[in-house]
Design a protein around this ligand. Sequence first.
Ligand code: ADP
Ligand code: MG
Length: 138
Amino acid sequence: MPHHVKHTQGPCETEAVGAELAGRLTPGDVVLVSGELGSGKTTFVRGACRALGVEGPVTSPTFTIGQLLGDSPQIAHLDLYRLGSLAGEDPALLEDYLTPDRVAFVEWPGVAEPRLERVAARVTLEHAGGDRRRITVA
Ligand code: ADP
Ligand code: MG
């Protein structure tokens, strides 16, 4: 995946960057999405999901670590913010979501990163003042 940096001026532009990445993904790919709270991770994932055919709302899962969206491909959207350490967690927790037929987006991937295979892209979002964001896709 070529390394590139994009600057966006609002959520629609961040969704568009997500959509652009989505066009290069294939089932089994895992995308790590990092950045502080409010930096636009879920917004980015929403844009990617739209481009992959998801029609309903795309929000961060709240009571589970992940949710499944759409079909062909099915999308696994994980948010590991509250997971803390993975030590002591059942490894199947992640494996239940990450299957070869799905495209996966993982917000707050930190704790799980050593266990994630087939990482196709690492996305980092940073606040750049007001509604501006700096997005790195590597
Ligand atoms: P995160 O998942 O990183 O916590 P969200 O995507 O849920 O972030 O929220 C980002 C918030 O910032 C949304 O309210 C969104 O409308 C707003 N926002 C403003 N400008 C941008 C931008 N350029 N890109 C993404 N989100 C933006
Ligand atoms: Mg989020």
